[in-house]
Structures are given as structure tokens and as C-alpha cells.
Design a protein. Structure first.
Length: 157
């Protein structure tokens, strides 16, 4: 009888430690996603522009795990549209960074987006190529790495 009691006690204490470990791992992943979102927002807001412009910056807004990219007016006062909503948990391909002269780079990513402003009846996500102009080759590397980390964190969530 003592033998059964010891086995039960060991199993019981192992279960609680395993539950506590799982809770701390899930908290770490939430903290990790939050810190990645912060990095993505900070770097895109500071260095990324619409592909055809040197003045219209991108501004990031997160809606849950989705990322909305707004294109701001040249003076940065307000957005020129409601932006596109991107799903970074479903990236088809991260193309390489295209480095250009004068410290300009282009980031190319194939992923899903939803555009309810221009297509209000659309309910499905559609594949699109996101092209982002970035000032500074190192900034482009940082943004691309942050977006890849964000994609991985969402896939492992």
C-alpha cells in the first residue's frame, strides 16, 4: 500500500510541475510576440515607405495578430486610406531584399491580405506581393528579420 501511495504522489507532483511549465511557456510566447510586434512597428514606422514614394511612410497598426499597413500623407499628419490588412501567419515566400544605390532597399513578401475598403463584399484572403521601400540597407535587414520572427512566432502559437 505504501508503494502505491508513493507512485501516486510522484505522478501527482509531476503533473502540477508540467502544468506550471506549460503556463510559463505560453506566457513567454505571448511576451515574445508582443516584443516582436513592438520591433516591427518601431522599424517600419521609422524607415519604410510606400514602394513608389520617398515621402509617404508606412504606419503599422496591429489588429489582433493581423497587421494593417497604412500609407501616411507626405506630411505624416493622417493616412491616405484605411490600409491593407495582412496575415503574417500565412506567408507564402519571403523574397530576398533588393539592395539599390543610395542606401535604398526593397523588401518583397508574398502573403495574404484583406481589403474591405475597396472590396467590401470580399470575405476571402487573397495572395499579394507586399513591396516595401526602406531607407538604409541595415534597416531593411532588421525589418525583414523582424517580420520573419513574427511569422515564426505566429506559426508556433
Amino acid at each position: 500500500m505504501k508503494c502505491y501511495l508513493i507512485v501516486f504522489f510522484l505522478f501527482h507532483s509531476f503533473s502540477f510541475s508540467q502544468i506550471n511549465e506549460n503556463i510559463s511557456l505560453s506566457n513567454d510566447s505571448v511576451n515574445s510576440i508582443a516584443s516582436i510586434k513592438l520591433s516591427v512597428k518601431k522599424n517600419i514606422d521609422s524607415f519604410a515607405y510606400d514602394e513608389d514614394s520617398n515621402k509617404r511612410r508606412y504606419k503599422v497598426k496591429f489588429e489582433g495578430d493581423y497587421m494593417r499597413l497604412l500609407i501616411m500623407k507626405a506630411d505624416g499628419s493622417k493616412p491616405i486610406n484605411k490600409g491593407l490588412l495582412y496575415d503574417f501567419s500565412n506567408v507564402y515566400k519571403f523574397d530576398g531584399i533588393s539592395f539599390r544605390r543610395k542606401d535604398i532597399a526593397y523588401i518583397n513578401i508574398y502573403l495574404d491580405f484583406l481589403d474591405k475598403e475597396n472590396y467590401p463584399k470580399r470575405k476571402k484572403w487573397v495572395k499579394i506581393k507586399l513591396i516595401m521601400k526602406v531607407f538604409g540597407h541595415e534597416n531593411a535587414k532588421i525589418i525583414m528579420a523582424s517580420l520573419k520572427d513574427y511569422n515564426e512566432a505566429l506559426k508556433n502559437k
